[in-house]
Design a protein. Structure first.
Length: 328
């Protein structure tokens, strides 16, 4: 990994048209407007791109609004130091102010309103990277979209850890060459930040991360799971699984919901995805991706690739490529 300075600029008293052109040229397409009619805009910004992350530190002296036609496919963390900012997300408004970190899905951002003397540090994590990290923490595929709540109290113990990690990341990027840390150091700081966010900021997988081991499961549910494992490559439906387990479809669904917090077919899909990933990572296997997918019950390669990417944050071909490179 290498450091890439994406942009560094200081603009004083620009009009809305100049700022719109500047953002389109340096960052992303957007429509920029002053908060007060005919007012001029003054901003300064410094951006870095490091692997799967973008890191920036910016200040808006004059206040402005930035309207987006579609934000990046990333989760953004804002650590403010002064001033306020509001983000329109559909019918909701997210508010960022000093003392509170803000986490959001940047692809859903419609407009950012930065007030006078607003300054913050931001980190954007590619969605695939954060999903991959969550999958590792759960030791299971991530089958639904990751949805964060909005804010984290930066004065709390966990919030202070996030703020400290943010400062360390920025210091590692902006230090003089003689004092600059290695890229591996910065990469691990960013990974630690992802783990801290997933552990400290509530989201729809938080309960699963904290959930203790399941209690002893009923005999028929255990029989159904054993049947799934034994026939994982075959085309089976819920009625067949229930019949082999000696129970009704409704009872089987209720048992999976109570003891596994999912449906029978979602559980089967998880088994298949985990098995396929294990095979793709196994250096002793030389099978093609399509062959491995079929052996684990996936007949449609496009559908398999999409599910795999959603679950593990990377394409199956990337997993196989890493296996081959590690085997050299």
């Amino acid at each position: 990994m290498r450091y890439v300075t994406q942009s560094m600029f200081k603009i004083e008293e620009a009009d809305a048209e100049e700022m719109t052109a500047h953002y389109a040229r340096t960052l992303f397409p957007a429509v920029v407007e002053p908060l007060h009619r005919r007012a001029l805009i003054s901003v300064e910004d410094r951006h870095y791109t490091v692997g799967y992350c973008s890191i920036w530190n910016g200040k808006c002296n004059s206040g402005m609004s930035v309207s987006l036609s579609g934000g990046p496919d990333a989760y953004g963390l804002y650590i403010p130091s002064s001033g306020g900012m509001a983000i329109d997300v559909g019918y909701r408004e997210l508010v960022s102010k000093p003392g509170e970190g803000l986490v959001g899905d940047m692809s859903s951002f419609e407009r950012l309103t930065l007030h006078e003397q607003r300054s913050h540090m931001g980190i954007a994590f590619e969605k695939s990277a954060l999903i991959r990290q969550l999958s590792e923490l759960l030791d299971a595929p991530v089958l639904d979209d990751l949805e964060f709540t909005d804010t984290v109290d930066l004065s709390s113990a966990r919030g202070m850890q996030i703020a400290t990690l943010g400062n360390l990341v920025w210091q590692s990027l902006t230090a003089e060459d003689a004092d600059r840390s290695s890229s591996a150091f910065t990469e691990h700081l960013l990974q630690a930040m992802m783990i801290a966010l997933l552990e400290a900021v509530p989201h729809n997988y938080s309960e699963r991360m904290l959930k203790p081991a399941s209690p002893a499961i009923p005999r028929r549910l255990k029989r159904a799971i054993e049947y799934m494992h034994a026939n994982v490559g075959s085309n089976m439906g819920i009625a067949e699984i229930a019949r082999e387990a000696g129970t009704s479809v409704r009872a089987l669904q209720a048992a999976f919901q109570q003891f596994k917090d999912t449906t029978p077919l979602n559980y089967l899909r998880t088994i298949r995805l985990q098995g396929a990933r294990g095979a793709l990572m196994d250096p002793a296997r030389s099978q093609a991706v399509a062959e491995i997918a079929r052996s684990w019950g996936f007949s449609h390669m496009g559908r398999f690739a999409a599910l795999y990417h959603q679950a593990f944050g990377e394409m199956p071909s990337n997993t196989a490529r890493l296996r081959r490179s590690d085997d050299r």
